[in-house]
Ligand binder design. Structure first.
Ligand code: NAP
Ligand code: NAG
Ligand code: NAG
Ligand code: NAG
Ligand code: NAG
Length: 232
């Protein structure tokens, strides 16, 4: 039987670390990547791959490297994000180059990762759980009056669309795509109160349960799992 492999793209001290620990505890082989990691092995025994997702060649290199070392991941989690504060005087005077660079991190690299993930899923046994999770936030469905969220919101909203489309198209094959979005109990953005453990619990549950009643736009709250906030 092939070992379950989780690849966490953009893994830092918060969400990435908790998610990695959760999957490792269940016997997954864990691979993490970020700009500040080196190619090698972490103290916990995770495969580490240095990569910068603002560059278009990063995703292919990471997937190829992981495949050469360990194999094809059946769970791919995209957690990196990037934003650029617009100039204080004029929102729309933000250079297009900044928007483009952030779009690579927030939208194009995860989309490329989804392409590589699907390519890999096709090689895996039918029984393997095949899941792609993107760490989102409320900016898909709500425009907040916060200029600092400008490029982040552009990227999250664009990603929500390709994730929704991909889930619609591939869920019949048993591949699920989720835009995971932690909310406060009232349904608002958690912002700086993002809970890494709640992400880890929910992501593991998404993979284990493969619950077709949970939609691609997977809004969740700490301790409650999926919550349909449009009901409230
Ligand atoms: N639901 C909400 O309201 C809410 C609130 C806050 C955050 N979030 C989302 O949660 C996610 C991140 O959470 P977190 O900060 O707790 O996670 P984390 O795992 O602690 O950090 C994410 C890691 O991504 C890496 N990264 C950033 N830019 C990268 C790049 N260009 N290339 C490669 N790696 C890169 C960074 O490491 P390096 O610097 O080493 O590259 C960073 O440590 C984001 O997607 C964010 O939008 C949601
Ligand atoms: C890490 O590995 C990748 C793929 O093998 C390689 O392209 C890259 O140069 C390596 N980076 C470092 C810092 O060793
Ligand atoms: C998925 O998309 C392809 C086009 O890329 C289309 O041919 C196919 O019918 C779609 N499948 C589903 C289930 O939507
Ligand atoms: C969420 O609730 C809304 C409003 O009741 C309903 O239209 C929608 O189908 C629900 N979505 C899911 C996935 O249950
Ligand atoms: C752009 C986009 O995909 N927006 C989606 C954001 O999330 C809602 C669900 O809350 C979807 O209905 C939208 O399509």
């Amino acid at each position: 039987m092939t070992k379950s492999i989780v690849l966490i793209l953009g893994s830092g001290a918060n969400v990435g670390r908790s998610v990695a620990r959760k999957f490792a505890a269940d016997g997954y082989l864990v691979a993490i990547s970020a700009r500040s990691l080196e190619n090698g092995t972490s103290p916990e025994g995770y495969i580490t791959i240095k990569a910068d997702y603002s560059h278009r060649d990063a995703i292919p290199i990471v997937f190829d490297k992981l495949k050469a070392i360990a194999g094809v991941p059946n769970v791919v989690i995209y957690n990196a994000f990037s934003f650029t504060r617009p100039p204080p005087d004029e929102l729309l005077s933000i250079p297009v180059g900044s928007i483009e660079s952030d779009l690579w991190v927030n939208t194009f690299s995860p989309l490329l990762a989804a392409q590589y993930a699907v390519r890999g899923f096709k090689e895996l046994p039918v029984i393997a759980k095949k899941v792609f999770i993107y760490t989102g936030n409320i900016l898909n469905s709500t425009v907040l009056p916060v200029p600092a969220f400008f490029t982040l919101g552009i990227g999250k909203a664009a990603s929500a669309y390709w994730i929704g489309s991909s889930d619609l198209n591939y869920s019949k094959k048993g591949y699920r795509f989720y835009y995971a979005d932690e909310r406060t109990p009232e349904g608002g953005p958690v912002l700086g109160n993002i809970d890494a453990e709640a992400h880890a619990d929910f992501y593991k549950q998404l993979v284990d349960d493969h619950d077709s009643s949970i939609p691609w736009h997977a809004t969740f709250a700490k301790g409650r799992g999926y919550v349909n906030f449009s009901r409230i």
